[in-house]
Design a protein around this ligand. Structure first.
Ligand SMILES: Nc1ncnc2c1ncn2[C@@H]1O[C@H](COP(=O)(O)OP(=O)(O)OP(=O)(O)O)[C@@H](O)[C@H]1O
Ligand SMILES: [Mg+2]
Length: 456
Protein backbone atom coordinates (compact mmCIF):
# COMPACT_ATOMS: atom_id res chain seq x y z
CA UNK A 1 0.00 0.00 0.00
CA UNK A 2 1.24 3.51 -0.78
CA UNK A 3 1.01 6.43 1.65
CA UNK A 4 -0.15 9.92 0.60
CA UNK A 5 3.47 10.82 -0.04
CA UNK A 6 3.79 7.77 -2.26
CA UNK A 7 6.15 5.80 0.00
CA UNK A 8 5.39 2.19 0.89
CA UNK A 9 4.06 1.85 4.44
CA UNK A 10 6.35 -0.19 6.67
CA UNK A 11 4.39 -2.83 8.56
CA UNK A 12 5.73 -2.92 12.11
CA UNK A 13 7.22 -6.27 13.01
CA UNK A 14 5.26 -8.19 15.62
CA UNK A 15 6.73 -8.28 19.10
CA UNK A 16 6.92 -11.47 21.07
CA UNK A 17 7.92 -12.05 24.65
CA UNK A 18 9.67 -15.22 25.75
CA UNK A 19 9.12 -16.15 29.37
CA UNK A 20 11.87 -17.70 31.45
CA UNK A 21 10.93 -19.16 34.84
CA UNK A 22 13.36 -19.67 37.69
CA UNK A 23 12.25 -22.61 39.83
CA UNK A 24 14.32 -22.01 42.93
CA UNK A 25 15.05 -23.40 46.35
CA UNK A 26 17.81 -22.00 48.55
CA UNK A 27 19.40 -20.19 45.61
CA UNK A 28 19.97 -16.55 46.43
CA UNK A 29 22.93 -15.06 44.60
CA UNK A 30 22.83 -16.35 41.04
CA UNK A 31 19.12 -15.56 40.42
CA UNK A 32 19.65 -11.93 41.50
CA UNK A 33 22.62 -11.64 39.14
CA UNK A 34 20.77 -13.42 36.33
CA UNK A 35 17.71 -11.16 36.64
CA UNK A 36 19.75 -7.97 36.85
CA UNK A 37 21.89 -8.79 33.82
CA UNK A 38 18.76 -9.60 31.79
CA UNK A 39 17.30 -6.25 32.86
CA UNK A 40 20.44 -4.43 31.78
CA UNK A 41 20.61 -6.35 28.50
CA UNK A 42 17.09 -5.20 27.61
CA UNK A 43 17.09 -7.63 24.69
CA UNK A 44 15.15 -7.10 21.52
CA UNK A 45 16.21 -9.84 19.17
CA UNK A 46 14.96 -10.05 15.60
CA UNK A 47 14.07 -13.69 15.25
CA UNK A 48 12.03 -15.03 12.33
CA UNK A 49 9.15 -12.65 11.67
CA UNK A 50 9.17 -11.09 15.13
CA UNK A 51 11.21 -8.97 17.51
CA UNK A 52 11.66 -10.98 20.66
CA UNK A 53 12.12 -9.71 24.18
CA UNK A 54 12.46 -11.55 27.49
CA UNK A 55 10.61 -11.68 30.78
CA UNK A 56 12.14 -13.49 33.74
CA UNK A 57 10.08 -14.57 36.72
CA UNK A 58 10.40 -16.78 39.74
CA UNK A 59 8.09 -19.77 39.66
CA UNK A 60 5.74 -19.93 42.61
CA UNK A 61 4.55 -23.05 44.44
CA UNK A 62 0.77 -23.49 44.55
CA UNK A 63 -2.02 -25.88 43.56
CA UNK A 64 -2.42 -26.30 39.82
CA UNK A 65 -4.99 -27.71 37.43
CA UNK A 66 -3.40 -30.36 35.23
CA UNK A 67 -5.04 -28.77 32.20
CA UNK A 68 -3.91 -25.26 33.02
CA UNK A 69 -1.48 -23.90 30.46
CA UNK A 70 2.07 -22.82 31.21
CA UNK A 71 3.30 -19.40 30.20
CA UNK A 72 7.01 -20.20 30.34
CA UNK A 73 9.13 -21.11 27.35
CA UNK A 74 12.10 -22.18 29.47
CA UNK A 75 12.42 -23.10 33.14
CA UNK A 76 15.71 -23.28 35.01
CA UNK A 77 14.87 -25.81 37.64
CA UNK A 78 16.62 -26.33 40.97
CA UNK A 79 13.99 -28.34 42.82
CA UNK A 80 13.23 -31.51 40.86
CA UNK A 81 15.65 -33.75 42.75
CA UNK A 82 13.86 -33.27 46.06
CA UNK A 83 10.57 -31.39 45.63
CA UNK A 84 7.91 -33.52 43.88
CA UNK A 85 5.29 -30.83 43.37
CA UNK A 86 7.57 -28.66 41.24
CA UNK A 87 8.91 -31.71 39.43
CA UNK A 88 5.43 -32.92 38.54
CA UNK A 89 4.36 -29.42 37.44
CA UNK A 90 7.39 -29.32 35.16
CA UNK A 91 6.61 -32.76 33.71
CA UNK A 92 3.07 -31.66 33.01
CA UNK A 93 4.29 -28.51 31.29
CA UNK A 94 6.74 -30.46 29.12
CA UNK A 95 4.08 -32.97 28.10
CA UNK A 96 1.24 -30.53 27.56
CA UNK A 97 2.75 -27.13 26.80
CA UNK A 98 6.09 -27.76 25.11
CA UNK A 99 8.15 -26.36 27.98
CA UNK A 100 11.96 -26.51 27.70
CA UNK A 101 13.58 -27.26 31.04
CA UNK A 102 17.06 -27.55 32.42
CA UNK A 103 17.17 -30.50 33.24
CA UNK A 104 15.05 -33.40 31.98
CA UNK A 105 13.03 -34.25 35.14
CA UNK A 106 12.47 -37.94 34.28
CA UNK A 107 16.17 -38.36 33.82
CA UNK A 108 16.96 -36.55 37.07
CA UNK A 109 14.50 -38.81 38.88
CA UNK A 110 15.62 -42.13 37.50
CA UNK A 111 19.28 -41.91 36.54
CA UNK A 112 21.08 -42.04 39.82
CA UNK A 113 24.83 -42.21 40.28
CA UNK A 114 24.58 -46.01 39.83
CA UNK A 115 22.93 -45.87 36.40
CA UNK A 116 25.35 -43.25 35.22
CA UNK A 117 28.29 -45.45 36.25
CA UNK A 118 26.83 -48.45 34.40
CA UNK A 119 26.05 -46.56 31.21
CA UNK A 120 29.41 -44.83 31.04
CA UNK A 121 31.25 -48.10 31.87
CA UNK A 122 29.47 -49.56 28.87
CA UNK A 123 30.70 -46.67 26.71
CA UNK A 124 34.23 -47.53 27.89
CA UNK A 125 34.89 -44.80 30.48
CA UNK A 126 37.52 -45.81 33.03
CA UNK A 127 35.19 -45.65 36.03
CA UNK A 128 36.90 -47.33 39.01
CA UNK A 129 35.71 -50.87 39.86
CA UNK A 130 32.48 -50.58 41.83
CA UNK A 131 30.28 -53.09 43.66
CA UNK A 132 26.77 -52.63 44.97
CA UNK A 133 25.99 -54.12 48.40
CA UNK A 134 22.59 -55.11 49.84
CA UNK A 135 21.63 -52.77 52.69
CA UNK A 136 22.31 -53.53 56.33
CA UNK A 137 18.78 -52.63 57.49
CA UNK A 138 15.29 -52.37 55.97
CA UNK A 139 11.91 -50.72 56.31
CA UNK A 140 9.67 -53.47 57.74
CA UNK A 141 7.50 -53.83 54.63
CA UNK A 142 4.93 -56.67 54.45
CA UNK A 143 6.80 -58.77 51.89
CA UNK A 144 10.26 -58.16 53.29
CA UNK A 145 10.71 -61.30 55.38
CA UNK A 146 9.50 -63.67 52.67
CA UNK A 147 11.71 -62.03 50.08
CA UNK A 148 14.87 -62.00 52.17
CA UNK A 149 14.32 -65.51 53.54
CA UNK A 150 13.92 -66.88 50.04
CA UNK A 151 16.48 -64.91 48.08
CA UNK A 152 18.93 -62.88 50.14
CA UNK A 153 22.21 -64.77 50.21
CA UNK A 154 24.47 -64.48 53.18
CA UNK A 155 27.55 -62.77 51.86
CA UNK A 156 31.10 -62.22 52.90
CA UNK A 157 31.64 -58.47 53.05
CA UNK A 158 35.40 -58.82 53.37
CA UNK A 159 35.45 -60.79 50.08
CA UNK A 160 33.81 -57.80 48.40
CA UNK A 161 36.45 -55.59 50.04
CA UNK A 162 39.22 -57.83 48.67
CA UNK A 163 37.67 -57.81 45.18
CA UNK A 164 37.50 -54.00 45.13
CA UNK A 165 40.81 -53.48 46.93
CA UNK A 166 41.87 -50.85 49.46
CA UNK A 167 41.68 -47.94 49.78
CA UNK A 168 38.06 -47.77 48.67
CA UNK A 169 35.12 -45.42 49.04
CA UNK A 170 31.77 -46.48 50.40
CA UNK A 171 28.98 -44.19 49.26
CA UNK A 172 25.24 -44.34 48.56
CA UNK A 173 24.34 -45.55 45.05
CA UNK A 174 22.17 -42.44 44.65
CA UNK A 175 24.34 -40.05 46.61
CA UNK A 176 24.94 -36.35 46.62
CA UNK A 177 26.38 -33.70 48.90
CA UNK A 178 28.94 -36.14 50.38
CA UNK A 179 26.18 -37.72 52.46
CA UNK A 180 27.26 -41.15 53.77
CA UNK A 181 30.62 -41.08 51.94
CA UNK A 182 33.60 -42.64 53.71
CA UNK A 183 37.10 -43.72 52.82
CA UNK A 184 37.82 -47.30 53.77
CA UNK A 185 41.36 -48.53 54.36
CA UNK A 186 40.85 -52.11 55.52
CA UNK A 187 38.37 -54.90 56.23
CA UNK A 188 37.71 -53.77 59.82
CA UNK A 189 36.75 -50.27 58.67
CA UNK A 190 34.61 -51.73 55.94
CA UNK A 191 32.62 -53.76 58.47
CA UNK A 192 32.24 -50.78 60.79
CA UNK A 193 31.05 -48.41 58.05
CA UNK A 194 28.70 -51.01 56.62
CA UNK A 195 27.17 -51.59 60.07
CA UNK A 196 26.61 -47.83 60.33
CA UNK A 197 25.09 -47.48 56.87
CA UNK A 198 21.56 -48.49 57.96
CA UNK A 199 19.00 -48.56 55.18
CA UNK A 200 21.20 -46.88 52.59
CA UNK A 201 22.08 -48.97 49.56
CA UNK A 202 25.81 -48.58 49.18
CA UNK A 203 28.50 -48.83 46.56
CA UNK A 204 31.99 -49.87 47.40
CA UNK A 205 34.28 -48.23 44.88
CA UNK A 206 37.99 -48.57 44.33
CA UNK A 207 39.73 -45.34 45.28
CA UNK A 208 41.61 -43.48 42.59
CA UNK A 209 44.72 -43.17 44.74
CA UNK A 210 47.11 -41.60 44.60
CA UNK A 211 45.74 -39.09 42.08
CA UNK A 212 47.71 -36.13 40.79
CA UNK A 213 44.78 -34.01 39.53
CA UNK A 214 41.14 -33.65 40.58
CA UNK A 215 39.00 -31.63 38.18
CA UNK A 216 35.37 -30.60 38.16
CA UNK A 217 34.03 -29.87 34.71
CA UNK A 218 30.79 -27.87 34.64
CA UNK A 219 28.67 -28.19 31.50
CA UNK A 220 25.87 -25.82 30.49
CA UNK A 221 24.50 -26.69 27.07
CA UNK A 222 27.61 -27.00 24.88
CA UNK A 223 29.66 -24.76 27.19
CA UNK A 224 32.19 -26.33 29.55
CA UNK A 225 34.41 -24.97 32.31
CA UNK A 226 37.22 -26.78 34.09
CA UNK A 227 38.27 -26.14 37.67
CA UNK A 228 40.91 -27.92 39.70
CA UNK A 229 39.13 -29.14 42.81
CA UNK A 230 40.61 -29.76 46.24
CA UNK A 231 38.32 -31.95 48.36
CA UNK A 232 40.47 -31.61 51.49
CA UNK A 233 40.05 -27.89 52.22
CA UNK A 234 37.07 -25.85 53.53
CA UNK A 235 34.16 -25.40 51.13
CA UNK A 236 35.04 -21.86 50.04
CA UNK A 237 38.46 -22.99 48.78
CA UNK A 238 37.59 -26.29 47.11
CA UNK A 239 37.19 -24.71 43.70
CA UNK A 240 40.83 -23.68 43.44
CA UNK A 241 42.25 -20.65 41.69
CA UNK A 242 44.85 -22.73 39.86
CA UNK A 243 45.44 -22.22 36.19
CA UNK A 244 47.40 -24.25 33.67
CA UNK A 245 46.77 -27.46 35.55
CA UNK A 246 46.05 -29.52 32.45
CA UNK A 247 48.44 -30.80 29.83
CA UNK A 248 48.09 -31.85 26.20
CA UNK A 249 44.80 -33.51 25.44
CA UNK A 250 43.59 -33.46 29.07
CA UNK A 251 41.15 -30.58 28.75
CA UNK A 252 39.61 -32.07 25.62
CA UNK A 253 39.17 -35.47 27.31
CA UNK A 254 37.36 -33.83 30.22
CA UNK A 255 35.17 -31.70 27.96
CA UNK A 256 34.28 -34.69 25.75
CA UNK A 257 33.52 -36.74 28.87
CA UNK A 258 31.23 -34.13 30.38
CA UNK A 259 29.37 -33.34 27.16
CA UNK A 260 28.90 -37.05 26.48
CA UNK A 261 27.35 -37.62 29.90
CA UNK A 262 25.16 -34.53 29.63
CA UNK A 263 23.85 -35.31 26.16
CA UNK A 264 23.31 -38.97 27.06
CA UNK A 265 21.20 -38.18 30.12
CA UNK A 266 19.42 -35.06 28.85
CA UNK A 267 21.15 -32.86 31.40
CA UNK A 268 21.86 -29.40 30.01
CA UNK A 269 23.41 -28.39 33.32
CA UNK A 270 25.59 -30.87 35.18
CA UNK A 271 29.07 -31.29 36.58
CA UNK A 272 31.52 -34.13 36.27
CA UNK A 273 34.31 -34.96 38.71
CA UNK A 274 37.36 -36.78 37.40
CA UNK A 275 40.63 -37.82 39.02
CA UNK A 276 43.83 -38.49 37.12
CA UNK A 277 46.08 -41.37 38.05
CA UNK A 278 49.04 -42.55 35.96
CA UNK A 279 47.88 -40.35 33.09
CA UNK A 280 44.30 -41.73 32.95
CA UNK A 281 41.25 -39.66 33.88
CA UNK A 282 38.76 -41.61 36.01
CA UNK A 283 35.31 -40.01 36.27
CA UNK A 284 33.91 -40.74 39.77
CA UNK A 285 30.88 -38.50 40.22
CA UNK A 286 28.81 -37.17 37.36
CA UNK A 287 25.15 -37.49 38.30
CA UNK A 288 24.93 -33.92 39.58
CA UNK A 289 22.03 -32.42 37.61
CA UNK A 290 21.56 -29.64 40.16
CA UNK A 291 25.18 -28.52 40.47
CA UNK A 292 26.43 -26.10 43.06
CA UNK A 293 25.77 -22.59 41.73
CA UNK A 294 26.55 -20.46 44.75
CA UNK A 295 29.12 -17.69 44.92
CA UNK A 296 30.13 -19.06 48.33
CA UNK A 297 31.63 -22.12 46.69
CA UNK A 298 32.34 -20.90 43.15
CA UNK A 299 33.65 -17.37 44.01
CA UNK A 300 36.14 -16.54 41.18
CA UNK A 301 34.35 -18.91 38.81
CA UNK A 302 30.84 -17.67 39.62
CA UNK A 303 30.55 -15.07 36.79
CA UNK A 304 31.28 -17.76 34.18
CA UNK A 305 28.44 -19.85 35.55
CA UNK A 306 25.92 -16.99 35.51
CA UNK A 307 26.95 -15.89 32.01
CA UNK A 308 26.82 -19.45 30.66
CA UNK A 309 23.37 -20.00 32.16
CA UNK A 310 22.18 -16.74 30.63
CA UNK A 311 23.51 -17.54 27.17
CA UNK A 312 22.11 -21.06 27.02
CA UNK A 313 18.69 -20.25 28.50
CA UNK A 314 18.25 -17.18 26.29
CA UNK A 315 19.24 -19.22 23.24
CA UNK A 316 16.73 -21.94 24.17
CA UNK A 317 13.96 -19.43 24.87
CA UNK A 318 14.39 -17.16 21.86
CA UNK A 319 14.85 -19.94 19.31
CA UNK A 320 12.10 -22.04 20.93
CA UNK A 321 14.49 -24.95 21.10
CA UNK A 322 12.36 -28.12 21.14
CA UNK A 323 12.67 -30.16 24.30
CA UNK A 324 13.67 -33.80 23.79
CA UNK A 325 11.25 -35.72 25.93
CA UNK A 326 12.96 -39.05 25.31
CA UNK A 327 16.59 -39.87 25.72
CA UNK A 328 18.37 -41.26 22.69
CA UNK A 329 21.05 -43.75 23.69
CA UNK A 330 21.32 -45.82 20.52
CA UNK A 331 23.89 -43.66 18.67
CA UNK A 332 26.24 -43.81 21.67
CA UNK A 333 25.83 -47.58 21.89
CA UNK A 334 26.58 -47.88 18.18
CA UNK A 335 29.89 -46.10 18.67
CA UNK A 336 30.66 -48.23 21.74
CA UNK A 337 30.18 -51.37 19.62
CA UNK A 338 32.57 -50.28 16.85
CA UNK A 339 35.54 -52.62 16.61
CA UNK A 340 39.14 -51.43 16.27
CA UNK A 341 38.64 -48.04 17.90
CA UNK A 342 40.58 -46.97 20.97
CA UNK A 343 38.61 -45.51 23.85
CA UNK A 344 40.02 -42.04 23.04
CA UNK A 345 38.72 -42.35 19.48
CA UNK A 346 35.31 -43.43 20.71
CA UNK A 347 35.23 -40.59 23.22
CA UNK A 348 35.97 -38.13 20.44
CA UNK A 349 32.98 -39.52 18.51
CA UNK A 350 30.72 -39.40 21.58
CA UNK A 351 31.86 -35.81 22.09
CA UNK A 352 30.98 -34.94 18.49
CA UNK A 353 27.52 -36.47 18.94
CA UNK A 354 27.05 -34.47 22.12
CA UNK A 355 28.10 -31.22 20.48
CA UNK A 356 25.55 -31.91 17.76
CA UNK A 357 22.92 -32.70 20.41
CA UNK A 358 23.54 -29.27 21.91
CA UNK A 359 23.43 -27.51 18.50
CA UNK A 360 26.82 -26.02 19.25
CA UNK A 361 27.29 -24.22 15.93
CA UNK A 362 23.83 -22.63 16.00
CA UNK A 363 24.33 -21.64 19.63
CA UNK A 364 27.68 -20.01 18.96
CA UNK A 365 26.30 -18.16 15.93
CA UNK A 366 23.33 -16.98 18.02
CA UNK A 367 25.65 -15.65 20.73
CA UNK A 368 27.80 -13.84 18.16
CA UNK A 369 24.82 -12.32 16.41
CA UNK A 370 22.46 -11.51 19.28
CA UNK A 371 24.34 -11.60 22.57
CA UNK A 372 27.52 -9.75 21.63
CA UNK A 373 27.01 -7.25 24.47
CA UNK A 374 26.27 -9.78 27.17
CA UNK A 375 29.86 -10.39 28.24
CA UNK A 376 30.56 -6.68 28.68
CA UNK A 377 27.30 -5.99 30.49
CA UNK A 378 27.84 -8.90 32.85
CA UNK A 379 31.46 -7.86 33.36
CA UNK A 380 30.32 -4.38 34.40
CA UNK A 381 27.57 -5.73 36.62
CA UNK A 382 29.94 -7.98 38.57
CA UNK A 383 31.85 -4.86 39.65
CA UNK A 384 28.82 -3.13 41.18
CA UNK A 385 27.53 -2.71 44.71
CA UNK A 386 24.43 -4.63 43.63
CA UNK A 387 26.51 -7.68 42.79
CA UNK A 388 28.27 -7.40 46.14
CA UNK A 389 24.91 -7.15 47.89
CA UNK A 390 23.70 -10.33 46.12
CA UNK A 391 26.83 -12.10 47.38
CA UNK A 392 26.30 -10.72 50.90
CA UNK A 393 22.78 -12.11 51.02
CA UNK A 394 24.04 -15.60 50.22
CA UNK A 395 26.88 -15.32 52.72
CA UNK A 396 24.44 -14.09 55.39
CA UNK A 397 22.29 -17.18 54.80
CA UNK A 398 25.21 -19.53 55.45
CA UNK A 399 27.74 -17.89 57.77
CA UNK A 400 27.61 -16.68 61.39
CA UNK A 401 27.01 -12.94 61.74
CA UNK A 402 30.63 -12.01 62.53
CA UNK A 403 31.87 -13.70 59.34
CA UNK A 404 29.40 -12.15 56.92
CA UNK A 405 31.39 -9.03 56.02
CA UNK A 406 34.84 -10.67 55.78
CA UNK A 407 33.54 -13.49 53.59
CA UNK A 408 31.51 -11.12 51.42
CA UNK A 409 34.71 -9.12 50.91
CA UNK A 410 36.63 -12.27 50.07
CA UNK A 411 34.14 -13.49 47.44
CA UNK A 412 33.71 -10.02 45.95
CA UNK A 413 37.48 -9.62 45.71
CA UNK A 414 37.82 -12.97 43.93
CA UNK A 415 35.13 -11.93 41.46
CA UNK A 416 37.06 -8.68 40.86
CA UNK A 417 40.11 -10.86 40.16
CA UNK A 418 38.00 -12.69 37.59
CA UNK A 419 37.09 -9.32 36.03
CA UNK A 420 40.77 -8.35 35.92
CA UNK A 421 41.63 -11.65 34.20
CA UNK A 422 38.64 -11.67 31.82
CA UNK A 423 38.14 -8.22 30.33
CA UNK A 424 35.29 -8.22 27.85
CA UNK A 425 35.93 -8.01 24.12
CA UNK A 426 36.84 -4.44 23.13
CA UNK A 427 33.89 -3.72 20.81
CA UNK A 428 31.32 -4.90 23.32
CA UNK A 429 33.05 -2.93 26.09
CA UNK A 430 32.77 0.24 23.97
CA UNK A 431 29.04 -0.34 23.47
CA UNK A 432 28.65 -0.91 27.19
CA UNK A 433 30.53 2.19 28.29
CA UNK A 434 28.48 4.29 25.82
CA UNK A 435 25.30 2.78 27.26
CA UNK A 436 26.45 3.44 30.83
CA UNK A 437 27.21 7.08 30.01
CA UNK A 438 23.81 7.56 28.39
CA UNK A 439 21.81 5.69 31.04
CA UNK A 440 20.83 6.83 34.54
CA UNK A 441 22.43 5.01 37.43
CA UNK A 442 21.32 1.39 37.65
CA UNK A 443 18.25 0.85 39.80
CA UNK A 444 18.27 -1.73 42.55
CA UNK A 445 17.02 -5.17 41.58
CA UNK A 446 13.26 -5.21 41.71
CA UNK A 447 11.70 -7.84 43.93
CA UNK A 448 10.43 -10.70 41.78
CA UNK A 449 7.00 -9.67 40.56
CA UNK A 450 6.10 -13.27 40.24
CA UNK A 451 6.25 -14.24 43.87
CA UNK A 452 2.49 -13.92 44.03
CA UNK A 453 1.74 -14.88 40.46
CA UNK A 454 0.25 -18.06 39.24
CA UNK A 455 2.43 -20.53 37.42
CA UNK A 456 0.37 -20.47 34.29
N1 LIG B 1 36.67 -43.56 43.77
C1 LIG B 1 37.12 -42.50 44.42
N2 LIG B 1 38.44 -42.23 44.46
C2 LIG B 1 38.93 -41.16 45.12
N3 LIG B 1 38.16 -40.30 45.81
C3 LIG B 1 36.83 -40.52 45.83
C4 LIG B 1 36.24 -41.62 45.13
N4 LIG B 1 34.91 -41.58 45.31
C5 LIG B 1 34.69 -40.52 46.11
N5 LIG B 1 35.83 -39.88 46.41
C6 LIG B 1 35.96 -38.68 47.29
O1 LIG B 1 34.77 -38.50 48.03
C7 LIG B 1 34.13 -37.29 47.63
C8 LIG B 1 32.63 -37.50 47.60
O2 LIG B 1 32.30 -38.55 46.70
P1 LIG B 1 31.22 -38.32 45.54
O3 LIG B 1 31.58 -37.10 44.81
O4 LIG B 1 31.09 -39.57 44.76
O5 LIG B 1 29.93 -38.11 46.46
P2 LIG B 1 28.72 -37.10 46.33
O6 LIG B 1 27.95 -37.30 47.57
O7 LIG B 1 28.07 -37.29 45.02
O8 LIG B 1 29.42 -35.68 46.36
P3 LIG B 1 28.95 -34.28 45.73
O9 LIG B 1 27.60 -34.43 45.16
O10 LIG B 1 29.02 -33.34 46.87
O11 LIG B 1 30.02 -34.00 44.74
C9 LIG B 1 34.73 -36.94 46.27
O12 LIG B 1 34.70 -35.55 46.04
C10 LIG B 1 36.16 -37.44 46.45
O13 LIG B 1 36.92 -36.52 47.21
MG1 LIG C 1 31.18 -35.36 44.20
Amino acid sequence: MATKRGKAAVTPRPRETRHIGLSLGADICWPICYEEIVRRLDLNIPFGEADVDLAVERVSIEPFDLRQSCKYDVVLDRLTHWYPLSREWIKKAILMDGLYVLNNPWSVQSNEKHTTYCAMMHLGMPIPDTWMIPPKAYEPLPDLKATLNAYAKLFDLSAVGRAVGYPAFMKPFDGGGWKGVSKIDDAAQLKQRYDESGKLVMHLQQAVAPFDRFVRCIGIGPQTYLVRYDPDVPLHNRYTLDRDFLDGDDAEILRDTTLTINAFFGWDFNSCESLRKDGTWHPIDFANPCPDSQVTSLHYHFPWLVIAKLKWSIFCAVTKRPFRRNLDWAPFYEIAALPDLTYREKLRRYGALARKHFDTDAFEAFCREHLSELDAIAWSFFGTAEAREAFRKKVAALYPAHEVEPFTDLFFKRVQDWRRDNPPPVEAAAVESAAVEAAPAAKPVKPAKSATKKKS
